[in-house]
Write a protein that binds this ligand. Structure first.
Ligand code: HEC
Length: 153
């Protein structure tokens, strides 16, 4: 009986992984090399590496994101993350973040609440160095100095 269960579980896992692979290929096609041009060249890769999975419409779903109940938790996180802040639709659609958004980003990475701890455990690459945190906060200064940014929200 036990053996059968293990077999079924393995088959299930293989099936899911197979599907995840095709799913990923499809995503790659959709995610054309569109870059969020608003961000200065040094900031863009940091956001891309550490935040885009939850704050843009270019989520790269890992294989385990297709297996319940993990899938439900991840989907909920991404939905909540996007609803708070979506890099694909900055601010009011101007393609640039509002000052508030830039300030919030600085706050969130400075106090360590973003990227979320659980996510950093699964995605080592999402850990920000202190230099990168400083960079994101200096972007704030840079953005403030810019003439008409989209209005505050
Ligand atoms: C695992 C998904 C995930 C990743 C990765 C992630 N976030 Fe978030 N983010 C969320 C969720 C979920 C919320 C909503 C939090 C809430 O409602 O309490 C959020 C909220 C925010 C907010 C709104 C302010 C707040 O604290 O509620 C900001 C700003 C933010 N994230 C910035 C970032 C930045 C910058 C990065 C990358 C350095 C990042 N996030 C990475 C999921 C994520």
């Amino acid at each position: 009986m036990k053996r059968l269960l293990v077999l079924v579980a393995c088959a299930g896992l293989l099936f899911v992984m197979g599907r995840a692979k095709t799913g990923k290929a499809a995503v790659t096609v959709i995610a054309s090399p569109r870059s969020d041009a608003f961000a200065p060249p040094r900031i863009e890769p940091v956001l891309e590496r550490a935040c885009h999975n939850c704050h843009s419409d270019r989520t790269d779903w890992p294989w385990y994101s297709h297996i319940p109940p993990v899938s439900l938790m991840i989907r909920r996180d991404v939905a909540r993350g996007r609803s708070k802040l979506d890099f694909s639709q900055w601010g009011d659609g101007s393609g640039r973040p509002t000052r508030n958004e830039v300030q919030e980003i600085c706050d969130a990475v400075s106090d360590g609440s973003m990227p979320p701890k659980g996510y950093r455990m699964m995605h080592r690459e999402a850990t920000l160095s202190s230099g990168e945190i400083e960079l994101l906060c200096r972007w704030d200064n840079f953005a403030r100095a810019q003439p008409p940014l989209s209005q505050e929200k």
